[in-house]
Design a protein around this ligand. Sequence first.
Ligand code: GLU
Length: 282
Amino acid sequence: MNKNCTRFAPSPTGYLHLGHAASALIAVNWAQDNSADFVLRIEDIDQTRCRPEFEAAIYEDLHWLGLNWQQPVRRQSEHLVAYQGALSELQKQGLLYRCFLTRREVMAEINHAPHGIVDVYTGPNKHLSASQETELLEQEKPFAWRLSLSKAKEVLGDLWHDLEWLETGSGQSGLIKAKPEILGDVILARKDISTSYHLAVTHDDALQNISHIIRGQDLFDSTHIHVLLQVLLGLPTPIYHHHPLITDKEGRRLAKRDGSKSLQELRKSGISAAQVRGMVGL
Ligand code: GLU
């Protein structure tokens, strides 16, 4: 049996903040308490937003916090071919469709449902005919690959109702029934990159034998899709622990736009790593 393993998987699109420190520290503490492995993964598929200096700062900040991780560090940008393989497997099962719409067109197609879910794309209002699609391809119009939830339901049959994961976080916990509809027909390969967060993360968590995923509550909804992808790709479903987000005194989530400080800034202002642990409640 594989040893238990958890991970911290930041995207180098900015400097790490207290929320990142919380995720990384909770994961490392868990690994230590459970004699499990801890890996660091750099989720840098979006090369337009990722920058080398942010990646360098991730290593620096985590070392400053006193963390160590296994080598080599997996950098997703170096494995696009592997994600292409996972995409092809789903394609072979007839689970994907091309989406040529622009973001604005997608928003226009989304039903502004009364329950307030405004950003979930549930599939095209009108499917393209084969000749329309060929025409768009001939015009080299860019397209994304989306996962068709209706096809997935068809392929899984009764298994669809068994989609679930074990959650150990302090919010909703226990066996959670996965409801992929919450996120709709998600993009699995973006127009500009041949993969997406959902596909790459699902692929890598399985490849790296991650048995316990520890991450912020903001990613809870994504798990509904990740569990579906695991089943469609024949991959195991890990145990999930979504931890509460770090909030300010008023209970508001800390975000960069509100002037919340990066770990670099905190360090420069004389705050110690031990104080950061205290600030995230550890
Ligand atoms: N790369 C993601 C982020 O920085 C986290 C992915 C995950 O933990 O599943 O938000």
